[in-house]
Unconditional design. Structure first.
Length: 465
């Protein structure tokens, strides 16, 4: 939701009205002007208080941008989150914590605003100097002479020229039938810009000139100089189940994005494709997709991943994002796909389907999933035993994905229906040396199952098929 620049202070929730910890409207407008924000920028707001600067910055960077705001005071952080929700600023993430500690894992910014420093203004300036991208902008609001001096000394240390604007604002107030001016606290607005030559751009990996896949020009660039974005389904675990098309694109793309595992280099999809990737000429980009129901955290990581990928695409590099199974079937890839199309609709996207785990499991078991008028259900979760019974009774074949989390519930439903013999359990299907096929599940209740487990259940029909 967009708002005109200069939202009145009283539109924001504050701990104390009029004298609350908020960057006042006039100071906010000047500070944002000095930040010179552009669509797609990543912004750090340090000491966000009510979140007023973050929310106004979100308007300026647009849906392709991201504002990360940190606030050390828990009450103020909660207020900032409520203000973000009130203004519909979906591209703002508010974190409760202290700078610079929480900034370590944040993406490098295009602009940094320091609204509160808790006496660490010099350290924050040095941190910004090390993390700001070329031509990045730093703006700090300072109210004491001591902090102003520390800020200027730190800027001189890093070799950045700065500009200081002293804002002395007075607002009109009624007094009887007259009008007087009430002064606000003076604020020093310190602005600095990182020089283009201050810090080298990260080297870009070379493409594969000898690939048998798409041509160099096709795979590296699309219209307008943007790279192409590919979603590649790489199957359930056997490297030989990758489609020929996915293999060709994978070999040709200069950047390969893989879901991050618990440790570097151990992600499931990466284990499938690693033999087809050459890290000496291709960048392997690990993206974190947290397995959590915390939607705020998921949104934060999806936005981070989208911007990471978009940086490569805007540099003209095509990116192949690999995912186990099929990209559009219960895959975290869908979050990345949706968000990327939202923030930059000009990016050309191609999705290459893959072999889903339950299809590979049926093949390994010799277990037909459907014939003629059979009804098939694919389920990722059930509520209780009665819910599982309804599904089992309503369909001829049921596939229970990631069943480890609710196996005992399905087992009980099958037992109550006298159908335990209809079920087959498969773990890590097609993964070399790890696959397990279980034809009799009667003794598995109460066991801890592997996360990559699924259950196939098919009614036994008396009539000839």
């Amino acid at each position: 939701m967009r708002h005109p620049l200069g939202i009145p202070d009283d539109r924001f929730e504050q701990r104390t009205i009029r004298r609350g910890l908020i960057t006042k409207q006039e100071v906010r407008a000047v500070s944002l002007a000095k930040l010179a924000l552009r669509p797609g920028d990543i912004v750090w707001d340090i000491g966000t208080a009510t979140g007023s600067v973050a929310i106004e910055a979100a308007n300026l960077v647009g849906p392709a941008g991201w504002v990360l705001a940190v606030e050390k005071n828990a009450e103020d952080a909660a207020i900032a989150r409520r203000n973000v929700e009130r203004f519909g600023a979906t591209n703002v993430t508010v974190v409760h914590g202290r700078a610079p500690e929480v900034l370590t894992d944040w993406p490098d910014p295009d602009a940094v605003f320091i609204g509160g420093s808790s006496g660490s203004i010099a350290d924050l300036v040095r941190l910004a100097a090390g993390r700001l991208r070329p031509r990045g902008r730093l703006v700090a609001n300072v109210v004491t002479l001591e902090n102003l001096q520390q800020c200027l000394v730190a800027l001189r240390e890093v070799g950045w020229p700065s500009q200081i604007v002293l804002l002395q604002v007075a607002r009109s107030r009624p007094i009887l039938d007259l009008t007087r001016l009430e002064a606000l606290d003076p604020v020093y607005v310190v602005a600095a810009v990182r020089d283009e030559a201050d810090g080298e751009a990260a080297p870009q990996p070379e493409g594969n000139s000898g690939s048998s896949g798409p041509s160099e020009e096709d795979v590296r660039r699309s219209g307008g100089g943007l790279g192409r974005f590919y979603g590649l389904g790489v199957g359930p675990g056997d490297p030989e189940l990758i489609t020929i098309k996915a293999h060709r694109i994978l070999a040709a793309c200069p950047v390969v994005a893989v879901p991050k595992g618990r440790r570097k280099g151990d992600g499931f999809a990466w284990q499938v494709v690693r033999q087809y990737v050459d890290p000496t000429r291709q960048e392997v980009l690990e993206l974190d997709f947290p397995m959590t129901r915390d939607l705020a955290r998921v949104e934060t990581e999806v936005r981070r991943n989208t911007l990471t990928v978009l940086r490569r695409l805007e540099a003209g590099l095509s990116v192949a994002a690999v995912t186990e199974g099929d990209p559009f079937f219960y895959s975290t890839f869908v979050h990345l796909y949706n968000h990327l199309r939202q923030v930059n609709p000009k990016v050309e996207v191609e999705v290459v389907p893959g072999v889903s785990s339950f299809l590979a499991a049926a093949a390994r078991l010799g277990f037909p999933l459907g014939l003629r008028d059979d009804r098939l259900a694919v389920v990722a979760e059930v509520g209780d035993v009665e819910d599982a019974r309804r599904v089992l009774e309503g369909f001829d074949t049921v596939v229970f994905l990631k069943v480890s989390a609710y196996f005992d519930t399905v087992w009980s439903a099958l037992e109550s229906l006298g159908r335990l013999a209809d079920a087959r359990l498969v773990t890590r299907v097609s993964v070399p040396g790890q696959e397990q096929l279980v034809h009799d599940i009667r003794g598995l209740r109460g066991h801890d199952l592997d996360y990559f487990s699924l259950l196939l259940v098919r009614k036994i029909h008396d009539r000839h098929r």
